[in-house]
Design a protein around this ligand. Sequence first.
Ligand code: GLC
Length: 522
Amino acid sequence: MHWWRDAVFYEVYMPSFTDSDGDGVGDLHGVRSRLGYLELLGVDALWLSPIYPSPMVDHGYDVTDHRAVDPTWGDLDALEALVADAHAHGIRVTVDLVPNHTSDHHPWFRAALGSPPGSPERARYHFRPGRADGTRPPNDWLSVFGGPAWTREPPPTPCQGEANREGAERGSDEGRDQEWYLHLFSPAQPDLNWTNLEVWADLERTLRFWLDRGVDGFRIDAAHGMCKQLDSAGGSAYDDPRFDSDDVHDVHRMIRAALDHYPDRVAIGAVGVRTGTRFARYVRPDELHLAVDTRLSAVRFDADELRATIEDTLAAVDAVGAAATWALSDHDVTRPASRYGGGVTGLARARAMALVQLALPGAVYLYNGDELGLPDVELPDDARRDAVWKHAEHGRDGCRVPQPWETDLPAFGFTTGTPWLPVPDSYAALSAAAQLEDTGSTLSLYRRALELRRLHPGFTGSGLEWFGAPSGCLAFRRMGTTLVCALNTSTEPVPLPPGDPLLVSGPLDDGLLPPDTAVWLA
Ligand code: GLC
């Protein structure tokens, strides 16, 4: 069996994990210094958020060079040292890949702005003339971050104007000088044009560049993006021409073919689509190895909704012979401890959901800090840094607050400098050091769960079988084994399914499974 089919991936959100040089932002040497912790935790592989040169408008998801390392994180040597050390600890390293867009500071985009409409430089992106004499965007598409998905390019500088005039003489229309460009995310992240073969060739080079440096694979950002049905009008909730176009699967076939030249590497898509069937198309045998199912992180703490989502995903991936990949969170969503209600209840539910996630067949993604049960942090407006998020309520900073390592050190051992987001005092008691010593801590629960997942024969069963369960509860068995997982989302304690408890997410109540609690039995 391939290592990745049931692997535990651990997301390292680079800015917030560990800072080794005192600038207040995490870095590669910082990650390297925590490999002992990660081995103790029991993860199989890391996913590093983007490490490439970037103006950091979106903390690295705005890339100016896909084949280099930003000095904020270190350099290529630091990456290679991390990979070598991680391998020595039995941990693989995957890196984030951002093929949907570049930074607006990328040399390609600078060249595009300096070139006339219709030029090959512009053809790497999506430039269009505006409607209504150029004053309105080419269509009504919205950006994922809020606001229009089109920005009008700045007026040409005098020397660019010259280039544009030359373009006009070559046949382009002078009235089109100030075109609009497409960005499904922020205006600082112009979308690449995936009908352009240069864009394909460049990604192939990027893949080989990192594979040759020993990385074990890629997490592919917005893997349902890239190809757009730009000429399609509007789009209903179930037919969004911005995403999940049939053509995108050819890109994934190219990625897979490139990886197949290297043994044991993995490509994992971050795929946000609405149905299991659409989702499973990304993990057909000649496409991505895995795709992260973020739908579980959008489901409420409700047994029926959870079961429906799990069943839908499993049926869809089974149909194409792929493994599922489960995630409860990442650096874009409210952390489980807050999302499930906050406080004591939220934490109890987050712990219970961890046992459900870790008992499901397939691979899993953990997000750094969830193993500590960290809640989101309410940050004052002047401390917020997620400038690209335009939706009303708040940005995504609350789940990105730096990881607390020690109880007594400034910034709880994350940095010797000033952390890029303030770490609240309440994080002291949740630090890794404090939790390592406490057998009842969330960290101890995760460590034990990952250990059982690795060693107990119950986790080898490939599918799952549902048990009848009291209302508000779910229970399943891993096929062909005696391992049972039960979860109580109701308000009353319920009897345990048969078997001896292996691990519980919280104390049992006189032999009963209390609300907000999950148990593994065998
Ligand atoms: C993905 C990333 C998110 C980023 C966006 C644009 O959704 O997870 O953090 O802002 O892509 O690259």
